[in-house]
Design a protein around this ligand. Structure first.
Ligand code: S3P
Length: 442
């Protein structure tokens, strides 16, 4: 199922200029399908991310009998089947590269009256699933994993779930969302406490579907047996995709980029805070609210970045942006230190090791640590990088070419389509000299 025959070649120099709307938010797009499917009535989504990860979620719900039209130009129409209307899928549900699909679906499926099996690609089959299966078991779910706690996940129709109070050991929105979805089916209340704030799209969207969610401080609680009422969802642009162009514009000479309609949910804006600490020239303009999520246009211009110690409380709020933030650090004056980010080691790749290896190939002093990295800003050379099939690594190193002394070749880039279809075309339009090549670079 894996296609690793696309490489990127990016010529050095150039700049980024102009206005762009990057594709829809991945986290919100997944949730729009899940909650739309469980709602009563028709949910219409605009701005949906037509990328492999979200299509995997969509196909899983189709396989469970949900009628979904689209996607067409970001439009999707879901005929909700209600909380108890899903049907047993005939085959295992293949979720590709998508951790969000697997972890959230695991919670939702634990509450169904049918068996199901969740599988994924090589990367997803290596990622830790005990973080969801253990609390689900304490709710009464019957879920089997491999011996090491990885997929395939075999979920059995059990004797019913009971609500729990769960203190999450890791700050994870996927774990929180998994348990809230299972909590829709438990007996009694389910409460999840987070050690640090994580993205709250599930809670916001449940409220948008008229399902009460109770937040008190660091704990969010849900009661079972309510109902979700269909609604319209306008998905903002993904700040995690915008981040590549923000860093690109900050590090390039003479750059001036405006990214339109970007979601600026405060549980996602760590990248803005970190870039501002690094002295990036960023303006957040025209802030507005769209269907329960704050949105703005973000303008960013060439900046003289400086190295910083990244405050640990910002880590969960920027968790997907570190690959490109390491590129910013490589172009900054002085040292940048990241700590408290061991989660990066269990993303689509080990993002600490893979980024440190790549930066070193480009001549940067990057020292990986168990929970972060120390990067000393310097002069980037060209070189050949292996992205290890990780979309965000591929896009981060593409931007590095704006400041490199030679061309950068990046291998194994097909998975950019899991989150950012059209990345190469948009990056070219904005001024990056990037080409996608089918087949390995020799
Ligand atoms: C996501 C949560 C984050 C993030 C992932 C998407 C979500 O994972 O890294 O890309 O949609 O809930 P964790 O919650 O595991 O940190």
């Amino acid at each position: 199922m894996q296609n690793n025959t696309i490489s990127f070649r990016v010529q050095p120099g150039g700049t980024l200029r102009g206005e762009a709307r990057v594709p829809g938010d991945k986290s919100i797009s997944h949730r729009s399908i899940m909650l739309g499917a469980l709602a009563e009535g028709t949910t219409r989504v605009t701005g949906f991310l037509e990328a492999e990860d979200c299509l995997a979620t969509m196909n899983a719900f189709r396989a469970m009998g949900v009628e979904i039209e689209g996607p067409e130009n970001g439009r999707v129409c879901i005929q909700g089947v209600g909380l108890h209307g899903l049907r047993a899928p005939k085959d295992p549900l293949y979720l590709g590269n998508s951790g969000t699909s697997m972890r959230l679906l695991c919670g939702l499926l634990a509450g169904q009256h049918f068996d199901s099996v969740l599988t994924g690609d090589v990367s997803l089959s290596r990622r830790p699933m005990k973080r969801v299966t253990e609390p689900l078991r304490s709710m009464g779910a019957v879920v089997e994993t491999t011996e090491t706690g990885t997929a395939p996940l075999k979920i059995k129709a059990g004797g019913g779930l009971r609500g729990i109070r769960y203190d999450m050991p890791v700050a994870s929105a996927q774990v929180k969302s998994c348990l809230l979805l299972a909590g829709l089916y438990g007996v009694g209340q389910t409460c999840v406490r987070e050690p640090a704030p994580t993205r709250d799209h599930t809670e916001r969207m449940l409220a948008g579907f008229s399902y009460p969610v109770d937040r008190k401080g660091d704990t969010v609680c849900i009661q079972p047996d309510g109902k979700l009422v269909a609604c319209d969802i306008d998905v903002p642009s993904d700040i995690s995709s915008a981040a590549f162009f923000m860093v690109g514009a900050a590090i390039a000479e003479g750059a001036d980029v405006t990214l339109q309609h970007v979601g600026i949910n405060p549980t996602r804006t760590g990248v803005l805070d970190i870039l501002r600490l690094m002295d990036a020239d960023i303006q957040v303009l025209n802030t507005r609210e769209m269907g329960g999520e704050p949105v703005a246009d973000i303008r960013i211009r060439s900046s003289r970045l400086r190295g910083v110690e990244i405050p640990e409380e910002l880590v969960p709020l920027a968790i997907d942006e570190f690959p490109v933030l390491f590129v910013a650090a490589a172009c900054a004056e002085g040292e940048t230190r990241l700590t408290g980010a061991e989660e990066l080691r269990v993303k689509e790749s080990d993002r600490i090791q893979v980024m440190a290896d790549g930066l070193r190939i480009l001549g940067i002093d990057a020292q990986p640590t168990p929970d972060g990295m120390i990067v000393r800003g310097g002069k980037l050379s060209g070189g050949r990088i292996n992205s290890h099939g990780d979309h965000r690594i591929a896009m981060a190193f593409s931007m590095a070419a704006l400041r490199a002394g030679g061309s950068i070749e990046i291998e194994d880039c097909a998975n950019v389509n899991t989150s950012f279809p059209g990345f190469v075309e948009l990056a070219r339009k904005m001024g990056l000299n990037i080409t996608a090549i089918c087949g390995e670079i020799l």
